[in-house]
Write a protein that binds this ligand. Sequence first.
Ligand SMILES: [Zn+2]
Length: 129
Amino acid sequence: MFEIFVEESFAAGHALRGYKGKCENVHGHNYRVRVTLEGETLDGVGLLYDFVHLKRVIQQVIRALDHRFLNEFPPFDSVNPSAENLAKYFYEQAAAQLPGVENGVRIASVTVWETDTTAATYRPSPPAR
Ligand SMILES: [Zn+2]
């Protein structure tokens, strides 16, 4: 099994609803996002997936969020913009946009860092066999 990942970063503000503590107030993060792909088979060049394409997909998702107040941006106007929910959002957006995923390549996980030492990972449930 091979894995590759690409990381990108963006800045955004958020406030956690229903949370008692510092994070209920409006504040910002320099978020980092890592999207990891996995698969068994390399292409003729020896790649699992082209980094350039994966980077483009992540940047496209980021474009909508960068320098925004996440609480005003759907689905985060109703879903809390926690690192966990952001990771799931990135997974869903990237999965919908990944062009030409073949050879059984799939998104293994998405990790979103709020700070250098705090992060959340979303991993889809394995397909039922
Ligand atoms: Zn925060």
